[in-house]
Design a protein around this ligand. Structure first.
Ligand SMILES: [Zn+2]
Ligand SMILES: [Zn+2]
Ligand SMILES: [Zn+2]
Ligand SMILES: [Zn+2]
Ligand SMILES: [Zn+2]
Length: 228
C-alpha cells in the first residue's frame, strides 16, 4: 500500500521530488502533511523508520517518562479522535515526523544535525551568513537580520498572551510557563496542562501521512459500528 502510493507521489507532474529528511530522490516517497493543511512534503521509505516521532520521543522532549505520558495520552480527547489506541507501542507507532528547521536566509529545510557552518557551505552562503539564534529560539538566522532584537517567547496563560524576552521577570514572578521544546517555537504553556502541550506539538510540529488519517478514521468508524 505504502510502496505503490509512494511511487505515484514520487513521480507526480514529472518533477523530481525529494525526501524532506535526507534530501534524496527516491521512488518510494510518501506524501506528508501538517495537520494545519500545509504540504505535501515527502518522506522516503528509509527515513520513515529513522524519523518516526513516537510517544517515547514526545516524552523525552517534554521531560516526562514514556509510561506516564502513554497513560495520559490514552485519555486525551485530541488523541482519541486522532489515532492513539489503547495498548499503543510507545517505541514504534509514529505520532508523525518532526518538522525540520528552516534557514532564515534561503528558506530551505536544514537536515537534522547540520551545523550552521555546514549549511553555510552546502547552501553556498558566502562567509558564514547563517548562525543559530542565541536568544532562546534556536533558529538558523541570517546574521544581518534584526531577528534577535525581536526574538521573544509568548505567554499562553488565559488572558495574558503577551510576548516577552525569554529572561523577562514575568516568567519568574507572574507566570511560569512550560516553553515548547521544539527549536524555533516561541509558545509557552501552563505547565500543568500536559494535554495542551502534547496537542500543540503534534498539531504544529509534526507532519503526517494521509494514510494514517484514512486508516485510523475507518478503523474508528469500524469500531463505532461494532459497538452500535
Ligand atoms: Zn529520506
Ligand atoms: Zn540557507
Ligand atoms: Zn530567535
Ligand atoms: Zn503571562
Ligand atoms: Zn511549539
Amino acid at each position: 500500500m505504502m510502496l505503490s502510493q509512494g511511487a505515484a507521489a514520487g513521480q507526480s507532474a514529472g518533477i523530481q521530488m525529494k525526501c524532506l529528511y535526507c534530501g534524496l530522490p527516491d521512488c518510494n516517497l510518501e506524501k506528508i502533511y501538517k495537520r494545519t493543511g500545509t504540504g505535501p512534503k515527502y518522506i522516503c521509505f528509509y527515513c520513515e523508520f529513522t524519523e518516526r516521532f513516537t510517544v517515547v520521543d514526545l516524552a523525552k522532549k517534554i521531560g516526562v517518562s514514556s509510561t506516564y505520558l502513554k497513560s495520559q495520552i490514552e485519555n486525551m480527547e485530541f488523541f482519541k479522535t486522532f489515532y492513539i489506541e489503547r495498548g499503543i507501542d510507545v517505541n514504534n507507532a509514529p505520532l508523525g515526523y518532526l518538522e525540520l528547521e528552516i534557514c532564515g536566509l534561503c528558506s530551505m529545510p536544514i537536515t537534522r544535525n547540520t551545523s550552521a557552518e555546514d549549511h553555510n557551505s552546502t547552501a553556498m552562503h558566502s562567509s558564514g551568513l547563517i548562525k543559530k539564534c542565541n536568544k532562546g529560539c534556536g533558529r538558523y538566522i541570517w546574521i544581518m537580520s534584526l531577528h534577535e532584537q525581536y526574538c521573544k517567547k509568548s505567554c499562553e496563560y488565559e488572558g495574558c498572551k503577551k510576548k516577552y524576552d525569554r529572561t523577562d521577570v514575568h516568567f519568574e514572578k507572574d507566570h511560569k510557563p512550560f516553553f515548547c521544546p521544539i527549536v524555533g517555537c516561541d509558545k509557552g504553556f501552563p505547565p500543568d496542562n500536559i494535554e495542551q502541550i502534547c496537542t500543540h506539538i503534534v498539531k504544529t510540529h509534526l507532519l503526517h501521512t494521509v494514510q494514517s488519517f484514512l486508516r485510523r478514521k475507518s478503523l474508528k468508524l469500524w469500531k463505532t459500528s461494532l459497538t452500535m
